[in-house]
Write a protein that binds this ligand. Structure first.
Ligand SMILES: [Zn+2]
Length: 114
């Protein structure tokens, strides 16, 4: 068990951190935390609400990550710095479509077919 507890977890597109410019991580409170690549730590502290935010850098620009909601169902999680359309701007149908697509992509890693 880890002794470090984080208030928030978020994903950042690796592509956004390769630009060589400061990335502004958005906190749930509406505040932003600047990250200058390469990040020195795996977490930042929001200067506004003091939340400790753990960030995970995902390779490239995947757009979305599949996570699980409180009932254990797969759900889409946003990736900050991605060029993909923000989740909150997607319709329910669009979200469903992306979720299905990402699930298929994940399934392909151990089941190669064309
Ligand atoms: Zn905050």
């Amino acid at each position: 068990m880890s002794s470090v507890e984080y208030d928030l977890y978020t994903f950042i597109a690796g592509a956004a951190l390769k630009e060589g410019q400061t990335f502004h991580l958005k906190c749930n409170c509406g505040g932003t935390v600047p990250i200058t690549p390469p990040p020195k730590n795996e977490f930042v502290v929001c200067p506004n609400c003091l939340a400790k935010i753990k960030f995970l850098v995902v390779e490239g620009d995947p757009g979305y990550i599949i996570g699980r909601d409180s009932s254990g169902d797969p759900t889409l999680l946003p990736v900050q710095g991605s060029t993909a359309k923000p989740l909150q701007q997607l319709s329910a149908d669009e979200r469903k479509e992306i979720l299905e697509r990402v699930k298929k992509q994940l399934g392909k890693t151990d089941n190669v077919e064309d």
